[in-house]
Design a protein around this ligand. Structure first.
Ligand SMILES: Cc1cc2nc3c(=O)[nH]c(=O)nc-3n(C[C@H](O)[C@H](O)[C@H](O)COP(=O)(O)OP(=O)(O)OC[C@H]3O[C@@H](n4cnc5c(N)ncnc54)[C@H](O)[C@@H]3O)c2cc1C
Length: 271
């Protein structure tokens, strides 16, 4: 049986995120939350593979208590097991601490059953670093393929997969053995039709909750704000200053504009 792990992040359903000026961390209270859109793609793919290969799907998230709602929504996408990593000691984590906490929890789950496929979103729409997927793969010692736009073939018998990956230069086609971690691009998998039974099952679903006390033990100095070398020093909205001069090419020739720009650069010793 194909065994899939999906890692999802609950993010603020807004673009104007507010940061706590004292801790430099995100203010989540009172802000409506959604599942990170790239993780919806990962869930949709897992659901397609579940229907096609009778896969088992485990979904994990690290977040505050309300992240439970993201996991309940994942049950609508066919999740069989949902795990919430929730503890104040996990809070304020940068990508190093986040990938550590997730990788340790996944290592613990793998004592029971090994995963073949790990599905992460390409990036989270709030932190935007795209670092957690590769970070977790590195900690678990498994290969990672980022920016996946298509699954060309998945062969559970010979335990390998062929994917298309987006790069600056175009599309790469890669074959890889299981276990493999993929980060999903937005057009990888369409939203599936979710049957009513899944919606009803989601309403009753309760996640297993792991905290800093157990069921596994964590290295405390690698958790949350304490385990985060990235300290947000100051968060502010930069003031937009328009100091430039706008040239209308209907009035002046391009050559004139270029020589004016060169003059300005020379004046400022930039040339
Ligand atoms: C505005 C802002 C800026 C930030 N800048 C930085 C920074 O420069 N450096 C830094 O280290 N941290 C930064 N952080 C903190 C960072 O958001 C957290 O470390 C976060 O947990 C992971 O990073 P990310 O949001 O960039 O996720 P990404 O690495 O972009 O997420 C990629 C994928 O990893 C998985 N994933 C990510 N977070 C979780 C989670 N909590 N639970 C389960 N799966 C998850 C999801 O599949 C997601 O699609 C920033 C946060 C904010 C709000």
């Amino acid at each position: 049986m194909l065994n899939i792990l999906v890692s999802i992040k609950q993010v603020p359903d807004t673009t104007n995120i507010r940061i706590n000026p004292d801790t430099g961390t995100l203010i989540r209270e009172g802000v409506p939350s959604i599942i990170n859109p790239y993780d919806i793609v990962a869930l949709s793919l897992a659901y397609q593979l579940k229907l096609r290969f009778k896969a088992k799907v485990t979904v994990i998230t690290m977040g505050p208590p309300q992240a439970k709602n993201a996991l309940k929504e994942a049950v609508e996408f066919g999740a069989d097991r949902i795990i919430l990593l929730c503890d104040r000691k996990f809070a304020g984590a940068d990508t190093l601490a986040t990938s550590y906490t997730l990788a340790e929890a996944i290592r613990f789950l793998q004592r029971e059953e090994l995963f073949d496929l790990f599905l992460f979103g390409k990036q989270a729409i709030d932190g935007d670093t795209a670092q957690v997927g590769p970070g977790v793969a590195n900690r678990l010692g498994i290969p990672v393929i980022t920016y996946v736009v298509k699954i060309e073939n998945l062969d559970p018998i010979h335990r390998k997969i062929v994917v298309h990956r987006k790069t600056e230069k175009g599309i790469e086609v890669l074959e890889a053995p299981f276990p493999i971690l993929l980060t999903c691009e937005k057009d990888l998998s369409p939203l599936p039709f979710v049957p009513l039974e899944n919606i009803l099952k989601a309403q009753r679903a309760e996640p297993e909750t792991f905290n800093a006390e157990g069921p596994l033990s964590f290295q405390r100095d690698k958790l949350g704000l304490k385990g985060s070398p990235t300290q947000v020093k100051k968060v502010y909205t930069p003031e937009l200053k328009r100091i430039g001069k706008i040239y209308n090419l209907d009035d002046v020739s391009l050559d004139d504009v270029v020589s004016k720009i060169l003059d300005v650069l020379r004046e400022r010793d930039l040339l």
